[in-house]
Design a protein around this ligand. Structure first.
Ligand SMILES: Cc1cc2nc3c(=O)[nH]c(=O)nc-3n(C[C@H](O)[C@H](O)[C@H](O)COP(=O)(O)OP(=O)(O)OC[C@H]3O[C@@H](n4cnc5c(N)ncnc54)[C@H](O)[C@@H]3O)c2cc1C
Length: 412
């Protein structure tokens, strides 16, 4: 079977990988290049313990408090656009305990195979930088620490019991750089992280070796249907015929799906990051600066800081908000350089594909069994990329929706 995958991010590459392994003849079309979207610009965490959807109970009040600060971790820029307003309204409606727990449990079920699938990629010869050093969560508020520990108890009830609460003394012994403002933390020793560039380049390299054609600067702009109404080809400069199509275009997936007459609600959720090539401090594990929502990832050659969520904006960089990441880091870690100092490099930005209920969209377009969508992975697109590839491969080649994918269908 000939399959066209639209998008060469972590999701598209993993879909192509699973499809090729299952015997399909795969071509990837990307408007820009491999990993040109969010898939190079993220923290690289592989974190089943963070399976909770973004719309969560309590987030509305917290968001209102944040709206007043120009450097806060969240910004919603209101836009006079019905699609955007409808999206935000739905997202607010999903900020309740029932939806959150249902989303958490469905996502956790997908994540059951995540580590095993990353190991399988490595064993199969995909070269990428991977760390099994785990993660410390740092808190400045006793109340937030208690609340998060309770959330982890929910995970333990769902069978994911891998974290320990640390008091201030134990936390400082583990993370000597922690500032006096840090009151405690949580140790998640089982979590992992990968280096995103090596991950997408590693996958693309192996795919190319196995005969998968990866066409960059190939923006899909339309589709062609046969007399039976089924999609027969996409247009990206030239005509690309195939038997099945996978839409994995990240934050642009709503637009691309509409070319296939599908309705998939996606809005970009912009994040910022900094890469610090020569950090003064070294870190045993990745760190999550909890209230500030900043991720610190110690790769082999640099430390990456990332965070913030902006809705309703383009890819441009708002220096004040990006610098908020550096300013926040200084309140958690002693001796951290100030924003604007020479030790800090320039900010980059990445667009997370967000959905109103915070869950990915993985499934055939209604009434179009040969078009499968795989997007909306929000903050978990790296974590969930291998399992998404497996699900999509079953949907495309066997025309089967695995039971664990039911919660992620397009028309939910
Ligand atoms: C700051 C930040 C930190 C993050 N940290 C983590 C983390 O620690 N762990 C984690 O699991 N996730 C994390 N994420 C989320 C993760 O990066 C995304 O969920 C993931 O990269 C999405 O992958 P994707 O393949 O769906 O989209 P993308 O990587 O955005 O790829 C989409 C591709 O589609 C292409 N495209 C778009 N339109 C077209 C078209 N018309 N024709 C052809 N091609 C097209 C684009 O060029 C792009 O290459 C983070 C994200 C950000 C921004």
């Amino acid at each position: 079977m000939r399959v066209i995958v639209i998008g060469a991010g972590a999701i598209g590459l993993n879909c192509a990988y699973a499809l090729e392994r299952a015997g399909a003849e795969v071509t990837i079309l990307d408007a820009a290049g491999v990993g040109a979207g969010a898939s190079r610009r993220n923290a690289g965490w592989v974190v089943p313990t963070m399976s909770g959807p973004v719309p969560a109970p309590g987030i509305v009040l917290q968001s209102l408090r944040w709206m007043a600060r120009r450097d806060s971790p969240l910004r919603i820029r209101p836009r006079l656009n019905a699609e955007f307003a409808g999206f935000m309204f739905q997202m607010l409606r999903n900020c309740n305990a029932r939806q959150f727990e249902a989303g958490l449990s469905a996502t956790l079920a997908l994540n059951e195979r995540t580590f095993e699938l990353f190991d399988a990629l490595a064993a199969d010869g995909v070269p990428f930088e991977s760390h099994r050093r785990g993660l410390y969560l740092l808190f400045q508020s006793e109340q937030k620490l208690k609340h998060h520990a309770e959330e982890l108890e929910t995970l333990a009830r769902l069978g994911w019991d891998s974290s320990t609460v640390l008091d201030a003394q134990a936390l400082r012994a583990a993370v000597p750089q922690a500032s006096d403002e840090v009151v405690g933390g949580i140790d998640c020793p089982g979590e992992r992280f990968i280096e995103p560039n090596s991950f997408v380049d590693g996958l693309a390299g192996v795919l190319a070796q196995r005969g998968v054609k990866i066409c960059t600067q190939a923006k899909v702009s339309g589709v062609e249907r046969g007399a039976d109404g089924q999609v027969k080809a996409v247009i990206a400069g030239e005509r690309w015929p195939a038997d099945a199509f996978v839409v994995a275009a990240g934050a642009a997936s709503g637009r691309v799906s509409s070319m296939f007459r599908g309705r998939v609600r996606i809005q970009p959720g912009k994040g910022y990051g900094f890469d610090l090539p020569n950090p003064a401090a070294s870190f045993a594990k990745a760190l999550y600066l909890a209230e500030g929502k900043v991720a610190l990832t110690p790769f082999d050659d640099r430390v990456r800081l990332s965070g913030t969520m902006e809705f309703g904006t383009d890819e441009s960089i708002n220096e004040v908000r990006a610098d908020g990441i550096l300013a926040t880091t200084r309140t958690y870690l002693s001796g951290w350089p100030a924003p604007g100092s020479t030790e800090n490099s320039r900010a980059w930005s990445g667009q997370r594909p967000m959905t109103p209920d915070g869950l990915p969209v993985i499934g055939p377009l209604p009434g179009q069994p040969n078009v499968v969508v795989a997007t909306g992975h929000a903050m978990l697109g790296i974590t969930l990329s291998p399992v998404t590839g497996q699900l999509v491969s079953a949907m495309v080649l066997d025309r089967r929706v695995p039971p664990e994918a039911a919660a992620f269908r397009v028309d939910r």
